[in-house]
Design a protein around this ligand. Structure first.
Ligand SMILES: *Cc1c(COP(=O)(O)O)cnc(C)c1O
Length: 463
């Protein structure tokens, strides 16, 4: 399997190099050069497999010969062995045709652990025995940072610099990052919002001076290996609800379009996905894009769902490329137009091609009502992000099962959960002493110079 850039001008890479690379050198994102497919029999056969064996079956075509099947299985067993539920991503029934897929049983209580626990191990495996040292730079609106830090803390050959918007992540999220005191972990609070932090990271990758000095790598969902690991749970859930005989719909609380894009990949591989519901909060650029073809930035509004407070969704570029006949030159021009004006229209073929997706914008009241409904009618305390997707799932008439992706443990957002349901979720035992631990981070102005000076003084230059 080879990986190509959405903007058509970066060299094609194999799985090992695409894992270590992150963003492509032409500013695009890497994608497999074709979608592998699983036959109906192969999909039916997944129904009896453990999560780890499902992961190996789904990911093998993407990994190619970069790992032996035994090595891939060992890495998956190690990554998913750290989850606190034996099913890794269990399904919970809400009513006769609605389900939750609980993705938050990993070490930092967010769905991002599913991908990042594996990614940390892939980094270590691919760097072992080389003299390469990776400088991972990322921006987080909360959950990515803690999951990436947990996955990379103490790993040889890697430093991680994680930018978060100062004051705009929850206390639990901040402490999950800043109480990890491993010397290769560097937390930076940026004065600005998440999009500003993400723009700084993008600029570092595109700056020849800076990117030339350090072997930069990404753990944001622009990293292909992360998306690949997320494809697995779509298969795992769907076969338990009757696939491939029966198709299944998914409702996904969406920010950077990584999680829901993994569902699109599962569908391209042959999983019968009836619908992918893109659920946004009031930061609704994706809802406008999918319902009306209008991809234009608004002003970021802060909500109780910070991981979705985004006005630019990096991974949407991957969908636009795939739906635009994979024409990298045309997509590069379209994206450059968007980057200079903050707005673009989807082409007719992109808009029509997106028919697998539905979308919905969920405001604060409907989010709260969904949290109450889950508690009062199904006995489930859910987090605000999950509630956005559940509200969308409940609006969506369907004759197939609808699975809402539960992306964070409710204890990560205790205040919002308590306001809606009157229940204050306890922190699970494994992170219960979070508020007693020492914190370490710096606060910097959101300027390119301030952040790159700080990183350059601490990172290991390229060999
Ligand atoms: C990251 C995150 C999301 C959004 O996922 P994307 O892949 O960025 O669309 C939703 N909910 C939670 C809790 C998250 O951490």
């Amino acid at each position: 399997m080879r990986y190509v850039s959405t903007r058509g001008a970066a060299p094609a890479l194999d799985f090992r190099d695409v894992t270590l690379a992150g963003l492509a050198s032409d500013g695009g994102l890497y994608l497999p050069d074709h979608w592998p497919s699983l036959s109906r029999e192969a999909i039916a056969g997944l129904a009896n497999l453990s999560y780890v064996d499902t992961a190996v079956a789904v990911m093998t075509p993407f990994v190619g010969d970069a790992l032996t099947p035994g090595e891939l299985k060992a890495l998956c067993a190690q990554a998913y062995g750290r989850f606190s539920h034996a099913a890794v991503t269990p399904l919970v029934q809400l009513d006769h045709d609605r389900w939750l897929l609980e993705l938050f049983h990993g070490p930092t209580l967010a769905f991002k652990d599913v991908a990042l626990q594996l990614l940390g191990l892939l980094f270590e495996r691919f760097l072992a025995g080389s003299d390469r040292h990776l400088t991972v730079v990322g921006a987080t609106s909360g959950d990515t940072g803690s999951a990436a830090i947990d996955a990379l803390a103490g790993r040889a050959g890697v430093d991680i610099f994680m930018l978060h918007p100062a004051g705009r992540v929850s206390d639990v999220q901040r402490r999950q990052m800043t109480t990890v005191l491993a010397p290769n972990v560097h937390n930076i609070a940026i004065e600005g919002d998440f999009d500003a932090a993400q723009a700084l990271v993008k600029r570092m990758f595109n700056d020849p001076g800076f990117a030339g000095r350090f072997a930069l790598s990404a753990v944001n969902s622009i990293n292909w290996a992360r998306l690949m690991a997320q494809v697995v749970y779509y298969f795992y859930a769907a076969v338990r609800l009757g696939a491939p005989e029966r198709s299944v719909a998914f409702s996904v609380p969406t920010g950077n379009f990584g999680d829901v894009f993994a569902g699109y990949v599962a569908a391209q591989m042959g999983l019968p996905v009836a619908k992918l519901i893109v659920a946004t909060n009031v930061n609704d650029i994706l809802h406008r894009a999918i319902s009306a073809g209008d991809y234009s930035k608004g002003i970021v509004q802060q909500t109780p769902t910070p991981s979705m407070d985004i006005q630019v969704s990096s991974n949407f570029e991957r969908l636009l490329y795939d739906l635009g006949a994979r024409d990298g030159g045309a997509l590069a021009a379209q994206m450059q137009g968007f980057e200079s004006s903050g707005a673009m229209r989807l082409t007719d073929s992109q808009h029509k091609g997106a028919a697998l997706f539905a979308s919905d914008r969920v405001d604060l009241d409907d989010m709260t009502l969904a949290m109450r409904w889950a508690y009062e009618h199904a006995g489930q305390v859910i987090d605000p992000h999950t509630a956005i997707a559940l509200a969308a799932a409940r609006r969506h008439a369907s004759d197939v099962p609808v699975v809402t992706l539960a992306t964070a443990h409710p204890a990560k957002f205790r205040d919002a959960v308590e306001r809606a349901t009157g229940q204050r979720p306890a922190l699970p035992g494994r992170i219960g002493d979070l508020f007693e631990r020492e914190e370490r981070f710096v606060t910097l102005p959101g300027t390119f110079e301030a952040v790159t000076d700080y990183i350059a003084a601490r990172a290991v230059p390229r060999a």
